[in-house]
Design a protein around this ligand. Structure first.
Ligand code: F6P
Length: 393
């Protein structure tokens, strides 16, 4: 049964890595809530500002065309309110602590002067909101955000296609210099343990080798041998789109890698939510080192009158930078409006999502789940076809 609750003031926060389209969601939410006469309180720096009462009122009239501007006017953080609770070893004790934290967080609504909260974030931020709803009945709704596109229950997260465009443009640009110098370029692309950004921007820009986390790669067979085959059919430069989360198979790691060992992969430092800090690993750099040390490849390329120079480019945070493209502006606005409608209708514990052409909603517990690329996806097949044709003459 739907219980209608009069909401007068709504809080909104953005958490996790920033992303093009965050401001578009905020604007969509504001447009709809303001029309309904509801006051909107911006909470700064995600869960950090929530805990520290860092708030300011947002007025739609002060924020003309906010949806066109990149980043988030609310600032963001990777603060995890459950960090301490999650460290508790005993599972019953851990649950108790998480529940107590969720109750405390929910009790803060009064202090912050809000009746409901809209959380815009990835699986980490939404996971925090979900526990508040599950354990303490908090009036929360979520909006899925991340350039990584790694959230289930939504066809695309906003920010993803803007990041794809940036990465694709960068690979296009790198291709011209790679061609001029006859070089091998390894382009490292964000996305953590999901390869969506790398695969789709790699296909879009015509990368020659694409390495994604969902498929562990064999350096010898899938990189060295492919470059040799490409040289044999006359290709003189090679672009490798490498996901920051791409890792070799254990066999390849043992056989082909001189610069890292398995322990280095297992012992990466982690962020507040336990995600490995992949920037500290820099797989592109490792691959460059390994390729550069291959005398057999140098000999082979010489035989086909090709240079042997290898470089890496880490696109890193440039992929999250700048203004959202039109798709992400519109998606962000629509998701923001839909989140506002849920709140106005008194429906909580939901995450808004894109399903085909429609904006719908799912439970936060469903929405906070991760999505990597299924190995039978047509994107994987397309990636294979588009790269294979370039060395199979
Ligand atoms: O989740 C978004 C993301 O951009 C990932 O692709 C990347 O691994 C991570 O954030 C980087 O985090 P930070 O901004 O903390 O360096």
């Amino acid at each position: 049964m739907l219980v209608l609750i009069m909401v007068q003031t709504v809080g909104v926060l953005t958490g996790g890595g920033d992303c093009p389209g965050l401001n578009s969601v905020i604007y969509g939410l504001l447009l709809k809530l303001s029309e309904g006469g509801v006051k909107v309180i911006g909470i700064e720096k995600g869960w950090q500002g929530f805990l520290e009462n860092k708030t300011r009122e947002l007025k739609v009239t002060d924020l003309d065309d906010l949806h066109t501007i990149g980043g988030t006017i609310l600032y963001t953080s990777r603060t995890n309110p459950y960090k301490e609770a999650k460290k508790v070893k005993d599972s019953a004790e851990r649950q108790k602590k998480i529940k107590a934290t969720a109750e405390y967080m929910t009790s803060k609504f009064e202090e912050l002067g809000i009746d409901a909260l809209c959380c815009i974030g990835g699986d980490d931020t939404l996971g925090v909101a979900e526990a508040m709803y599950e354990y303490a009945g908090a009036k929360v709704v979520g909006v899925p955000k991340t350039i990584d596109n790694d959230l289930s229950s939504t066809d695309y997260t906003f920010g993803f296609w803007s990041a794809v465009q940036l990465a694709s443009n960068s690979i296009d640009n790198i291709t011209t210099t790679a061609r001029s110098h006859q070089r091998i370029f390894v382009v490292q692309i964000m996305g953590r343990d999901a390869g969506w950004l790398t695969l789709i921007s790699g296909i879009s820009a015509g990368a020659d080798i694409i390495l994604i986390p969902e498929h562990k790669f064999d350096l010898e067979k899938e990189v060295i041998q492919v470059i040799k085959d490409r040289a044999r059919v006359g290709r003189k430069y090679h672009i490798i789109a490498c996901s920051e989360g791409a890792i070799p198979t254990e066999e390849s790691l043992k056989r082909d890698f001189k610069t890292i060992k398995k322990e280095a992969l297992d012992q990466l430092p982690k962020d507040n939510f336990g995600n490995p800090l992949l920037a500290k690993l820099n797989m592109a750099d490792i691959i460059v080192e390994e390729i550069s040390a291959r005398n057999d490849l140098a000999e082979h390329l010489k035989q086909f009158d090709s240079e042997f120079e290898v470089r890496d480019v880490v696109l890193g945070h440039t992929m999250r930078a700048g203004t959202p493209n039109s798709f992400d502006r519109i998606l962000g606005l629509r998701l923001g409006v839909q989140a506002a409608k849920l709140i106005l209708d008194g429906v909580f514990g939901k995450m808004v999502c894109l399903n085909g052409e429609k904006i719908e909603s799912v439970s936060l517990s469903e929405g906070a789940k991760k999505k990597t690329i299924p190995l039978d996806s047509d994107f994987i097949e397309l990636g294979r076809l588009i790269t294979k044709v370039k060395y199979q003459h």
